[in-house]
Ligand binder design. Structure first.
Ligand code: ADP
Ligand code: MG
Length: 737
């Protein structure tokens, strides 16, 4: 589908308001019509320096003053090409020269036209010193006409918007274009119902855009922005409300059977379920028993026991005569999940074999790299329904794998998948029904952040962990400080000597290849900065260097990365699980979910290259059983530098919830649910999912009420239009609903 760029329905095109150079420049950053222009918010405001008397000013200061024009002179400059315009102004206490160096006669004329003798102007600038005349002066100050009244003074002190612009348009041009647009604010499309605006105590849309673009006070900007933020939240929540409403009209398999597999499985479990696991298990059971598709986000920190919860729901699907699929982001993880499920289920997973339980089902693994004969056999089990549970990668969704009766899909690690993948599942269930979907994530997010980003999912949170985990302590290690590095490898060697195992993770496979850039850091005001770094270390070279370290002499070292064949990968993982490798050097193929209970050390080289949730996942690979884990975030950044401070904050964060907030503050909501995630949350314009939690909660309540009473939004055409524009902005290629 082509990317359409036309105006929101009915909104005044900027061509009618501005000269074409300006409207083209604005189009380059998405400002296409009156509606987008007046909702294009300043990045910040500059508050002018307090008004001063000219008697009180000093060299180097920023000043604002209301002054009268006394005299204006211009002359051609002798030493340079151009003109010097000198304006003398006074405020009754002192006189001050304003100096302009101009290249063209018409610029001189333009200033002269705006500076008649006796005119009152507001000047703003930095006080300079004229060595020749030994006097203070302002060079190229900003000025504008002003009245010396209370109103005039308030006007002079108003905050000036600074827009997030590109090079092709000036701030002044943007300001005056916007001010011109404000005259037509009455024709803006009104997305939020009047009644809601009044009830929530917000300024009307017309007033809000005026407050945002021409505020008199900082409080004005806050009130104006409150409307725009609310409006954005309201549109977003209306999308979620509509999706929910659509789910309520879509049929799904009823997964309500209570046994026998679920009961048999619970009896088999070598541990007691935690209260949280039971509670969430019950909630999921209630939801999937409902004849409409559930979309749930099951979140819980690494090791909180999500897999068991999901497996119990899958067994409920099988007990109800349907199938369940478990999708993992990589083949390695799919294989591991397959092993975990078959181990947990034991004889319950061995249908067709001699030692099977009479109620057993089959758990099948389906991956792209399986041999054809094996695959054919598996596919047969999937289509015939013999396989109650199928484990695979997301290829299971895209390939035309025909399930006999797919009732439930569990997706592991949503941050690699993209929540929107679940839309592909529509009609994949029996006789065109939609299967239920549970997405599992180990990167929990704060409640309102979840509402603003995955607001069409039911969020279920596992807060406690089973408690068998010894936990992990994290340290930042600076490569530039050899004593620290040596201590790190020494610790690794000690753990190996004690019979434990070590993971070493690198940012890339080979140092001879192009280096991936480190992720940028964001400043307070959102500007990106990427401090210089050493090139990242590679798996191959690191393995060689580690092998040469005297501390680690004799350690059995393995390597693992995405370029090995599936068999090789499987072989290496098996060796690691069986304890035949002491130290595994790998890329992030082991990032999520890999379970080696005996591993106790995680060393991440060039840790600043990894995202917050990646690092949390990685350290979650150790300390999984009774041995306490140690994670080392090794960086080439120097002590105290931003990357190093950032890593230290991650090392210090207690759990996934704290980290999620850290991540949000650092990267903004855009990346909340992962790099491959396209969609709504990428394009939040005014909302900050942490700061604006109240607006988000209120907008959700209001939007769900509006959609409940008018699902097609026939009485709210402006809202329906805004939703469509929003979805198109978010992802031009995604199908709707
Ligand atoms: P997650 O997927 O949330 O990271 P897992 O489901 O992989 O966590 O569980 C981590 C480990 O804890 C697994 O070895 C699992 O068998 C075990 N486990 C799960 N629930 C319990 C429980 N209630 N008591 C003890 N151990 C548990
Ligand atoms: Mg897991």
């Amino acid at each position: 589908m082509a990317r359409r760029q036309e105006s929101a329905r009915g909104s005044m095109p900027l061509k009618e308001l501005l000269i074409s150079k300006e409207s083209k420049a604005m189009a380059s950053f998405g400002v296409r019509d009156l509606d987008t222009m007046l909702r294009f918010a300043p990045r910040r405001y500059v508050v002018p320096a307090p008004l001063r008397s000219l008697r009180e000013i000093h060299q180097g200061e920023e000043v604002s003053a209301i002054v009268e024009v006394e005299s204006v002179h211009d002359r051609a400059m002798r030493s340079r090409y151009g003109f010097l315009l000198e304006v003398s102004v006074t405020d009754g206490t002192e006189s001050l020269p304003l100096t302009f160096f101009l290249t063209k006669q018409r610029q001189v004329d333009w200033h002269r036209g705006r500076l008649p003798i006796g005119a009152l102007i507001l000047v703003r600038g930095t006080v300079g010193y004229d060595d020749y005349r030994k006097a203070l002066q302002l060079t190229h100050p900003d000025y504008e006409p002003v009245e010396d009244t209370d109103e005039g003074r308030a006007w002079a002190q108003r905050p000036r918007p600074v827009y997030p612009l590109k090079q092709n348009i000036a701030q002044g041009t943007m300001r005056s274009a916007t001010e011109k647009g404000l005259e037509y604010a009455g024709s803006l499309s009104r997305t939020v119902p009047e009644e809601v605006i009044t009830r929530r105590g917000l300024p009307s849309l017309e007033e809000a855009v005026r407050l945002v673009h021409v505020p008199l006070t900082t409080e004005d900007t806050r009130r104006g922005m409150a409307h725009l933020r609310y409006e954005e939240a309201f549109i977003l929540q209306s999308v979620f409300a509509q999706r929910r409403a659509q789910d309520e009209r879509t049929p799904a398999p009823v997964l309500s059977a209570d046994g026998p597999l679920q009961g048999l499985f619970d009896e088999r479990l070598p541990f007691e379920l935690t209260a949280g696991q039971r509670e969430i298990g019950d909630e999921l059971a209630a939801r999937i028993a409902h004849g409409h598709p559930t979309s749930a986000l099951l979140q819980g920190d690494v090791g909180s026991g999500k897999t068991v919860v999901a497996l119990r729901a899958m067994l409920r699907a099988v007990d109800s005569g349907h199938q369940a699929a478990l999708l993992a982001p990589t083949e390695v993880l799919a294989e591991q999940h397959h092993r975990t499920l078959t181990t947990l289920l034991g004889e319950l997973a061995r249908a067709g074999q001699l030692d099977a339980h009479p109620e057993a089902t089959r758990v099948r693994l389906l991956t792209g790299s399986q041999r054809t004969s094996r695959r054919r056999e598996t596919l047969l089990d999937v289509t015939s329904g013999q396989a109650g549970i199928v484990v695979g990668t997301h290829a299971l969704l895209t390939e035309s794998v025909g399930f006999a009766s797919l009732g439930l899909v569990v997706i592991d690690e949503q941050h690699r998948f993209g929540v929107d993948h679940r839309r592909r599942l529509r009609a994949k269930g029996p006789s065109g029904q939609s299967p239920h979907v549970i997405v599992m994530t180990a990167t929990p997010i704060p409640r309102t952040a979840a509402l603003a980003t995955v607001g069409d999912l039911d969020v279920l949170t596992l807060r406690e962990s089973p408690g068998r985990r010894a936990g992990v302590t994290s340290f930042v290690v600076h490569e530039k400080l050899p004593a620290w590095e040596q201590r790190m490898w020494q610790r690794a060697a000690e753990e190996i000597a004690a019979g434990r195992q070590v993971f070493v993770v690198c940012a890339r496979i080979d140092e001879d290849e192009a280096d991936a850039p480190a992720p940028p850091l964001l400043d307070e005001d959102g500007t990106e900065r990427t401090p210089a770094l050493e090139p990242a270390r590679g798996v191959h070279q690191s393995a060689l260097r580690i092998a040469e370290r005297p501390e680690l002499a004799g350690a059995r070292i393995g390597i693992l990365h995405g370029r090995l064949s599936a068999e090789e990968k499987q072989h290496v993982m098996k060796q690691m699980v069986d304890g035949e490798i002491d130290l595994l050097v790998s890329t992030t193929v082991i990032e999520v979910g890999v379970d080696v209970p005996n591993a106790s050390v995680m060393i991440v080289l060039d840790a600043e290259r990894f995202g917050v949730s990646q690092l949390h996942q990685l350290r979650g690979r150790v300390g999984r059983a009774e041995h306490p884990g140690i994670a080392f975030f090794d960086t080439s950044a120097v002590v105290g530098q931003e990357h190093s401070q950032h890593l230290q904050r991650i090392a210090d964060a207690a759990d996934g919830f704290e980290l999620a907030e850290l991540d949000l503050r650092r990267r903004g909501a855009g990346d909340l649910v992962g790099e491959e995630q396209s969609g709504l949350q990428r394009t939040l314009k005014h909302l900050d999912v942490l700061r604006d939690s109240r607006a988000i909660e209120q907008a959700r309540e209001d939007a769900f009420a509006v959609v409940a009473s008018d699902p097609e939004l026939t009485a709210h055409p402006a809202l329906a239009g805004a939703i469509e524009d929003r979805l198109r902005d978010a992802d031009p290629d995604v199908e709707r609903s």
